[in-house]
Design a protein around this ligand. Sequence first.
Ligand code: MF3
Ligand code: CO
Length: 256
Amino acid sequence: MSWDRQINLKTAAEIGMMREAGRINAKALQAAAAIIRPGVTTADLNAAAEEVLKKHGVYSPFKNYPGPYPYPASICTSVNAELVHGIPGKRKLIEGDIVSMDCGTVYKGFVGDSAITVGVGNLSEPAQRLLDVTRESLRIGIEQMVPGNHIGDIGAAIQDYVERNDMNVVREYTGHGVGRQMHEGPAVPNYGIPGRGMELKAGMTIALEPMVMLGSYHTTVLPDEWTVASRDGALTAHFEHSVAITEQGPVILTEL
Ligand code: MF3
Ligand code: CO
C-alpha cells in the first residue's frame, strides 16, 4: 500500500457523515459478532455484516478493493494466526478460536473502517490476554490523538503498553488516514518515538488499528495472496476504530 497520500482535514459536517458511516459499520460488526459460535463459517460472518449494510443502502469499500486480485468480500475475517485481510469462506469456527472481523462502510461518500477480534466460546488464557491487551492498546493510542501531539506519540503509547505485556506490534502494516478514501495519509504505525512524526491537527480523521502478535512481529502472506498471518504461527489480534481529532479531543466514529 502506498502512504504518500494526501492528508485531508475534515469539516464538522464531514465528520458528522463519517460518524454515520461509522455507526452503520459498528452495527454490521455487531451483527456478525452476534452469530459467532462453533460451526459458523467465516462466510456466514460476511453475510451477517452484508445484510446490515444492505438494509442501510450502503456498501463496503473492501469489495473489489484493488490488490493481487480484487478483494472478494465485504469484510475481512482473520482466524488465530491470521492477522488481517483474511477472506471469508467455508472455514468453520471451532471453540477456542479468535476471529478478527474488519469491516468498512461508505455513507454519502465517506468511509468508516473498524475491526474487532472476538473469541469463540471459552478461550485459552493467552488468547484471552491477547484480546484484552490489543483492545486496551487501541484505547491507549486513541488517548494520544489530540491536536499538538505527534504521530509518534500514538505509536509509542501502543508499543510501550503491548511490549510491557510481552507481546509485539506488527511492523509491516499500519493504520491510516480515512475519509473520502479508505486509505488516506498519514500512515499511523503502532510503534514509534514520542514527539516524532507529523503533528496532529483538528480535522484529521484516522483509522487506528493495533495489530498485536503473541510471537514475533514478522508476517507472511498466505497462498490466497490476501491473508496476512504471523510467520511463526503464533496467535494475533486486531482492533480498529476510525477516530476524528478535534479541539475537544478524540471522537470515536465507529461505535454505536
Ligand atoms: N481495514 C483494512 C485496512 O485498513 C481493510 C482493508 S481490506 C481490503 O487496510 F480488502 F479492503 F483491502
Ligand atoms: Co483500516
